[in-house]
Ligand binder design. Structure first.
Ligand code: SF4
Length: 372
């Protein structure tokens, strides 16, 4: 399979309360960052096969001006080879862009937008520390369609303190009214070092208990599958598999990927490496002619096998038992016979047409399944 290219844009206008992705809120270093990024691209020239996905994430890529995005794509094409039908995604925050920007964005070759909607409820948006309002989310969606984007993904968050099932269902219904090609529905998680974690620690807020989180998960899956979406991974839904994120699937099946920018991770064969998180260290390393890599690890066959098991059981497709046995010299049906039978009896997994795959309930407990 072709590799994928990820570019991390490490800037946000403000930090959301729950987020631990690396970004800085001063935009002063955007030009220096882009120059460093273009140099970093040159460092990997010729090392990867033809890319068929490019994902520009962050941070907030929509803080870039349209000319900066054009230049970034031009430089990427100079340094790497892309297949003509590549999936080119950019993350956009509602409220950052206008109709002129979006029309120009389509002309750059970007063919997929992932919108950080998170919620259509102003109270929840404000709790999460998002800068946009319900109204701005709607107008960005409308402008994206009007600009001609026919592949839109929305990110949504559930399990926010104070949110009930009714409120979440309304958010899902509002999202569905725009007929998105893709939906990512994430449970709110408490990441260390975030303001959300501090509030939880002080006892100022309480997150929904496990039972309610499970109900949110099941309701989301039922509602979106009833609306014709495929629940193809724990948090991801597509209106047909042609709209499943080609880029993210590479992370789940060990397809090689190159990550550029601060904190980005890469994988090639059994080597995984990651860049420095600090933007300043990233820039200064590159200025000295050094790759901005913080560290690397070489995965053993056993580690790759375990990862393939964990990641495979997070997807609706599951794991092809013959391929798994051939690749890792490990027969799941023999080695894990007892636990597999228990999970089948419990309705968490099933085996059909040579695949072992999770049920809807199994997807809800994917983290436990991976411990088999
Ligand atoms: S959630 Fe997105 S916009 Fe908010 S701080 Fe994190 S990267 Fe920035």
């Amino acid at each position: 399979m072709n590799p994928g290219l990820y570019i991390h844009i490490p800037f946000c206008i403000s930090k959301c309360n729950y987020c631990n992705f690396y970004s800085v809120t001063s935009l002063d270093l955007i030009s220096d960052f882009l120059e460093s990024l273009f140099t970093e691209m040159g460092m990997y020239r010729g090392q990867f096969e033809v890319f068929d996905t490019l994902y520009i994430g962050g941070g907030t890529p929509s803080v870039l001006r349209i000319e900066q995005i054009e230049k970034l794509l031009e430089k990427a094409e100079e340094s790497f080879v892309f297949s003509p039908d590549s999936e080119i995604t950019i993350e956009v925050n509602p409220g950052d862009v206008n109709a002129t920007f979006l029309k120009a964005l389509l002309k750059t070759g970007v063919n997929r937008i992932n919108l950080g909607i998170q919620s259509f409820d102003n109270t929840i948006l404000s709790f999460l520390g998002r800068r946009h309002s319900h109204k701005e989310a709607i107008s960005t969606l409308e402008m994206s369609r009007d600009a001609g984007f026919d592949n839109l993904g929305f990110d949504l968050i559930y399990g926010v303190p104070g949110q009930d099932m009714n409120g979440w269902t309304q958010t899902l219904e509002q999202a569905l009214s725009f007929n998105p090609e893709h939906l990512s529905c994430y449970e709110l998680t408490v990441e260390p070092g975030t303001p959300l974690a501090a509030s939880c620690r002080k006892g100022n807020i309480t997150l929904p208990d496990e039972e309610l989180q499970y109900d949110f998960f099941i309701k989301t899956s039922e509602k979106l599958e009833d609306a014709g979406y495929i629940h193809y991974e724990v948090s991801n839904f597509a209106r047909g598999m042609t709209y499943a994120s080609g880029h993210n699937q590479k992370y789940w099946n060990h397809t090689p990927y190159l990550g550029l920018g601060p904190s980005a991770h890469s994988l090639l064969h059994n080597k995984r490496w990651w860049n420095h998180k600090s933007l300043r260290t990233y820039i200064s390393n590159i200025k000295k002619g050094k790759p901005p890599v913080e560290d690397a690890e070489y995965l053993t066959k056993d580690q790759l096998c375990l990862e393939a098991l964990c990641l495979g059981l997070r997807t609706k497709k599951g794991i092809n038992l013959c391929d798994f046995k051939r690749e890792y010299n490990y027969d799941l049906l023999i080695e894990k016979k007892e636990i597999i039978m228990k999970l089948i009896d419990g309705g968490l997994i099933d085996i059909k047409n040579g695949y072992i795959y999770p049920s809807r309930r199994g997807l809800a407990m994917a983290d436990s399944l991976s411990l088999i």
